[in-house]
Ligand binder design. Structure first.
Ligand code: PMM
Length: 265
C-alpha cells in the first residue's frame, strides 16, 4: 500500500490545483512502482497534529481519489471521519482505513457498513495531540490484541462482516519506542486470529530512533523495507509504505531467498 498524503505540509503550497496535481502524480508514480493499493489521506496523524475539519479533508482527497480511480488504481481512504469516508467511497475508494478503529467518530462503522467497502481498524487510544498520555500497557501485544478484537466486535455489531475487515496494530499510535518493537514481535499472534493484518511502520519515529534520530528519509526507507520483509514473514497481509519500490525490492529478494514466487498479489 503506497502512501499519498494530501496535506499542506506534504507538498509545496502552490495552490489547491497544484496541490491535487502533485498528489495525483505522486500516486501514479507509486502505482508504477508496483503499489497494489494507494492510501489517500487528507489529515496528518503525526504526534501532536491538530484535527482538520472534515469538509476541508474531503476537499483535499476527493478529487485525488477520483483521478486515481479513473486511472485504474485501487484506492483506500485514510480518515477518521464518517462523512469523508462516505465521500471517498462515492468517489471510488474500496477500502476505508480508520487509524482509530471507528473510535474517533461514532458514525464511522454504521456509515461504512452499507457501502460494501473493506475497513481497516487501527489500534488507537486517543487523538494524536496527546497520544503518548495513553501509552501504558501491561503486555502490549495482549492489550492491543484485546482492544482490536473489541473493535472487530463493534464492526460486526454495526453490520460489517469479518471478511471485509482488516486490523492494524497502530505502530506509533500511543506506543513508545520499545513498545513498537514488542508489538512487531507479537505480529504472528495478531495474524494468527484469521483477520487480515496491515502494518504501518514506514519512516516512523521508532525507526529513526533506532538509526539515530536525525536519520534521513532514505535511511528510514531502507529500514522500512527490512521491516516490510519481516512483517510479511510474520504473516502481515499488507504494509503501508512511502517508498514502494524499496519495499518491493526487499520483498522480491526475500522471496528469491526462500525459493518462492512473488509476495505481493
Ligand atoms: N499511520 C499513519 C497514517 N495512517 N494507517 C494505517 N492503517 N496504519 C498506520 O500505521 C498509519 C496509517 C501515520 O503515518 P504517516 O503520517 O507517515 O502517514
Amino acid at each position: 500500500m503506497g502512501i499519498v498524503n494530501v496535506t499542506p505540509d506534504s507538498f509545496s503550497d502552490g495552490g489547491r490545483y497544484l496541490h491535487h496535481e502533485a498528489a495525483i502524480a505522486h500516486g501514479l508514480r507509486l502505482r508504477a512502482d508496483g503499489a497494489d493499493i494507494l492510501d489517500i489521506g487528507g489529515e496528518s496523524t503525526r504526534p501532536g497534529a491538530d484535527r482538520v475539519d472534515p469538509s476541508v479533508e474531503a476537499d483535499r482527497v476527493v478529487p485525488v481519489i477520483r483521478a486515481l480511480v479513473a486511472a485504474g488504481a485501487p484506492v483506500s481512504i485514510d480518515t477518521m471521519n464518517a462523512s469523508t469516508a462516505l465521500a471517498a467511497v462515492a468517489a471510488g475508494a474500496r477500502i476505508v482505513n480508520d487509524v482509530s478503529g471507528g473510535l474517533a467518530d461514532p458514525d464511522m462503522l454504521p456509515a461504512v457498513a452499507s457501502t460494501g467497502a473493506d475497513v481497516v481498524l487501527g489500534h488507537w487510544r486517543g487523538p494524536s495531540a496527546d497520544m503518548y498520555a495513553h501509552a501504558e500497557y501491561g503486555d502490549v501485544t495482549r492489550d492491543v490484541m484485546a482492544e482490536l478484537l473489541a473493535r472487530v466486535e463493534a464492526a460486526g455489531s454495526a453490520g460489517i462482516p469479518p471478511a471485509r475487515l482488516l486490523i492494524d496494530p497502530g505502530i506509533g499510535f500511543g506506543k513508545k519506542g520499545t513498545q513498537n518493537w514488542e508489538l512487531l514481535r507479537g505480529l504472528p499472534q495478531l495474524a494468527g486470529r484469521g483477520t487480515r493484518v496491515l502494518v504501518g511502520a514506514s519512516r516512523k519515529r521508532f525507526l529513526a530512533d533506532a538509526l539515530g534520530a536525525d536519520a534521513s528519509d532514505e535511511r528510514r526507507d531502507a529500514a522500512t523495507a527490512v521491516t516490510s520483509v519481516l512483517a510479511a514473514r510474520a504473516g502481515a497481509w499488507g504494509v503501508r509504505v512511502h517508498d514502494v519500490a524499496a519495499t518491493l525490492d526487499a520483498l522480491r529478494i526475500a522471496s528469491l531467498w526462500d525459493g518462492g514466487g512473488r509476495w505481493s498479489t
